[in-house]
Write a protein of this length. Sequence first.
Length: 128
Amino acid sequence: MEEQTTFDRYIGMKHAEIGGAVGASIEIQPHHQNPTGNINGGVIISLADNLATGAANRAYHEKTGESKFMVGVDLHAVMLSNQQGGTIFGTSTPVRVGKRVTVIRTRVTGDDGRLLAEITTTHVPVGS
């Protein structure tokens, strides 16, 4: 289980491990919604970005034994659907883990399991 960072707490993320994958959820509150009542896209992207970074950190450490922070250098999001209220769930899984580049795919789903977004992120190690 990942330790919550300040931003995670701020947006209301609750971390969980789902079938060996890094996962989390956000219970949607009024401040997460846009004027139409749907979830603001930035909330979905924030969930995915935070999860992907955690997944990249874990995968890189497991492969190399090194504890470098994985910085996101690219994010591609495909927004497929939305919902009003409820809870959103994200799971991140490694696509490629290398010494220089790690790629993570994150799926964000809604209450009924409907796919809301697919996000692919690229991370590189920095620091020691």
